[in-house]
Ligand binder design. Structure first.
Ligand code: C2E
Ligand code: CA
Ligand code: CA
Length: 393
């Protein structure tokens, strides 16, 4: 597909009523926008300006015509390029964009037609409205749940594959909803991230995980999940220092788990903050490693302690040889960069043994234990014996 197009002076770029497949950025030249069979001139677009964007946002026919008044070079933004971005946008934002466009279309129609008092001006689709309503409700419920203390941390052990001993835990959040029971994080973390509520949620989780670590055993380590929004708050480090100081946990027993996408979205902020965390002795792990697109050059420049090999590779190790080689490559890469590795999603003994042989340091998965509520952990630790397949007696 061509992304740049030339229109000689006087040609029509599109007409009112056409199905729109792209928007345009004027690179050179000048375009006139008009309505009512080109009788009413509504705007002129010059170099650097955008036009034709409405039809690709809301899928409705062009509400105006565009004609090149000079020789023009136009850059195109396709419907697909935009659709991918809108699909992942916040539902409330999508609803507001829909309403805004309806209002603009209504105003444009009024330029050539008399007002129709029976016309509905906001015909945004029901699905979009329902989705936005659900998002607003969920966000309000999350906010209340934070105030009411409805969140809990469950803990999954991380096992040293060489010795079979417990090295630490990962804190995984759950929502104990009074009517709907225990809700897994996949159902509310995305909404919490979109709305910014993740920030108070993570602050609470970090403190609670540190407090629980003191109960479980100070020699262990505690991994906590952080999102990009947490890193973006200006007092992030201050809050970390405050929590560690007040609770009395040694920073080198705390691990910050972040995903590759966080590194890629704001590389400079990530680099600075990771450096600051490292200075305090805290550890940093890259979660779901292998599913993102971090460049190796960038990765090697960051102060990272370990890579968490994504579950999908572990699951696939005995299904597909390429997964096994991938795990092997990640372990070698980590070693070369002076990092350690953790494997998640271990469900079978053969996987644990193979990962141990490859030299993966820590393992996590249902084979060892599912995540458990905090009050079960002390009993779990007391009963734990290194399994025979990891060299235990
Ligand atoms: P994650 O950080 O990759 O966490 C690992 C997920 O895999 C957990 O799901 C865990 O229960 C599950 N898991 C562990 N072992 C196995 C296994 O052997 N097999 C299978 N099939 N699954 C296993 P969970 O607890 O539902 O958490 C899902 C995601 O939610 C987490 O993925 C993390 O991205 C996010 N999350 C959880 N707690 C927090 C939190 O406090 N803050 C933030 N920002 N995100 C969190
Ligand atoms: Ca994690
Ligand atoms: Ca993970």
């Amino acid at each position: 597909m061509e992304f740049r197009k030339w229109f000689p002076k006087g040609t029509l770029v599109f007409s009112e009523g056409d199905v729109g497949s792209c928007a345009y950025i004027v690179e050179e030249g000048c375009v006139e926008i008009s309505v009512g069979g080109e009788h009413v001139h509504v705007a002129t677009r010059r170099a650097g300006e955008v036009f034709g964007e409405m039809a690709i946002i809301d899928d409705k026919p062009r509400s105006a015509s565009a004609r090149a008044v000079d020789d023009c070079t136009l850059l195109m933004i396709t419907r697909e390029q935009l659709a991918q971005r809108i699909a992942v946008a916040d539902p409330i934002l999508r609803l507001c964009i829909g309403v805004l466009l309806e209002n603009v279309r209504h105003t444009t129609r009024r330029l050539t037609r008399p007002a129709d008092p029976t016309e509905r001006t906001q015909q945004v689709g029901d699905a979009a409205r329902q989705e936005a309503l659900a998002a607003i409700r969920l966000e309000q419920e999350i906010e209340n749940a934070i105030d009411l203390g409805q969140f809990e941390l469950w803990y999954q052990p991380m096992v040293e594959l060489r010795t079979g001993r417990i090295g630490g835990f990962e804190a995984l959040i759950r929502w104990r909803h009074p009517e709907r029971g225990l809700i897994p994080p996949g159902r509310f973390i995305p909404a919490a991230e979109r709305s910014g509520l993740i920030v108070p949620m993570t602050r609470w989780a970090f403190r609670r995980a540190c407090e629980d670590l003191l109960r479980f055993g100070e020699e262990l380590s505690m991994s906590v999940n952080f999102s990009i929004r947490d890193f973006a708050t200006p007092d992030f480090l201050q809050e970390v220092d405050l929590a560690l100081g007040e609770i009395g946990v040694r920073p080198d027993h705390v691990k910050f788990e972040i995903t590759e996408s966080l590194l890629m979205d704001s590389p400079d902020t990530a680099k600075r903050l990771l450096g600051d965390l490292r200075q305090r002795g805290a550890k940093v792990a890259i979660d779901d490693f292998g599913t993102g697109y971090s460049s190796l050059r960038y990765l090697s420049s960051l102060p990272i302690d370990s890579l968490k090999i994504d579950q999908s590779f572990v699951r696939g190790m005995f299904i597909d040889d390429s997964n096994r080689s991938l795990v092997h490559s990640i372990v070698n890469l980590a070693r070369d960069l002076g990092m350690s590795t953790t494997a998640e999603g271990i469900e079978e003994v053969v996987q644990a043994s193979a990962l141990r042989e490859l030299g993966v340091e820590l393992g996590q998965g249902f084979l060892f234990s599912r995540p458990q509520p905090a009050d079960k952990i002390e009993g779990f630790l007391a009963a734990w014996r290194p399994p025979a397949y990891l060299g235990g007696a």
